[in-house]
Design a protein around this ligand. Structure first.
Ligand SMILES: CC(C)(COP(=O)(O)OP(=O)(O)OC[C@H]1O[C@@H](n2cnc3c(N)ncnc32)[C@H](O)[C@@H]1OP(=O)(O)O)[C@@H](O)C(=O)NCCC(=O)NCCSC(=O)C[C@H](O)C(=O)O
Ligand SMILES: [Mg+2]
Length: 283
């Protein structure tokens, strides 16, 4: 069976903020993203890069996946980020590429970074949306996750997402489809409104409903809502264990479909049930 990793909550923080990095070692998020890009002022880029690499080397993040978001790789700061990461003895779990313009950038990043560190990519430009089929086919370059950059995307599209994100939904659906086609993880964009728990809950449920594996976040207060929404929920876990038991029953050994709670389940549901159980109790 494949191994699954939870990415319900992926918390961004400026790598130039030592207090936030220290706090991240204790927070219940699944992924910590140390940002070298938009959250860092231009004059702090070198310091932030040093702090991010030092934090990775120091460790202490426990089971949390540790990701560094570099600057756009067609900028001097981005090139310097990749050159520094190529030299490190202790690498992050992934490097997140912002402002992806197309599949070529993934190949360029791989060439600059060397072979070892998995790549994740922000989909946050109109160009990236149009290039999604090619980007989905870059698994050979180690691209493992697509992250919706809804702030940049809204600016680039000149749309007004509003509180229901209606104008962004076609793009979000395309990002999920590309991730699924490429066998990649799909993470939803951030909610800038830190003090609006109701909107956060609704947006997490919306992202889960559209197929995302988790949500990127900007504040610790947003973690619990994302963890709850991207589950699996107790009801999903219960359903999954019963689907597994159903098809493990020798009486159903020759059946492709069976009845559970008055509804049909097929063997195609078994893989999803196994994924849910694995996510509920990750290795
Ligand atoms: C938005 C913030 C600048 C607010 O920070 P602050 O004013 O310090 O908030 P609080 O006083 O409420 O903080 C309470 C404590 O929590 C810690 N904290 C706050 N934010 C984080 C965090 N992100 N990670 C870890 N810890 C955090 C504070 O240090 C306080 O701790 P303590 O003193 O011990 O009580 C800030 O939240 C922030 O910087 N957020 C992240 C900003 C960021 O990384 N932005 C870039 C990514 S988003 C993006 O780019 C999206 C994408 O590209 C797109 O296009 O959509
Ligand atoms: Mg962005």
């Amino acid at each position: 069976m494949p191994t699954y990793r939870r990415r319900r909550s992926a918390l961004f923080m400026p790598a130039s903020n030592p207090r936030a990095i220290s706090k991240a070692r204790t927070l219940p998020c699944d992924v910590v993203i140390l940002d070298l890009e938009d959250a860092v002022a231009p004059e702090m880029k070198d310091d932030a890069r040093g702090a991010a690499l030092a934090a990775v080397a120091e460790g202490g993040f426990g089971p949390r996946e540790l990701v560094i978001r570099v600057n756009a790789i067609d900028t001097p700061a981005g090139a310097a980020d990749l050159a520094a990461l190529r030299q490190v003895e202790v690498a992050p779990d992934a490097v997140l590429l912002p402002k992806l313009a197309g599949a070529r950038m993934v190949a360029d990043a791989r060439a600059a970074l060397g072979d070892d560190i998995p790549l994740w990519a922000m989909i946050e430009t109109a160009a990236a949306l149009l290039a999604l089929p090619a980007i989905a086919a870059t698994g050979d370059f180690g691209l493992a996750a697509l992250v919706a950059g809804t702030n940049d995307l809204a600016l680039d599209l000149r749309c007004r997402p509003g509180s229901d994100r209606g104008p962004l939904l076609p793009a979000l659906a395309q990002i999920v489809a590309a991730a699924r086609a490429g066998g990649m993880v799909a993470l939803d964009g951030v909610l800038n409104a830190i003090d609006d728990p109701e909107r956060l809950r609704a947006e997490c449920d919306q992202g889960r409903g559209w197929g995302f594996d988790g949500k990127t976040l900007i504040h610790p207060a947003q973690i619990d809502a994302a963890n709850a929404a991207f589950g699996p929920t107790p009801a999903e876990h219960d359903w999954a264990t019963r689907v597994i038991a159903l098809f493990a029953d020798p009486a159903n050994a020759r059946r492709g479909a069976a009845k559970l709670d008055g509804a049909m389940v097929e063997r195609l549901h078994l893989a999803e049930a196994e994924r849910i159980v694995a996510l509920a109790d990750p290795a």
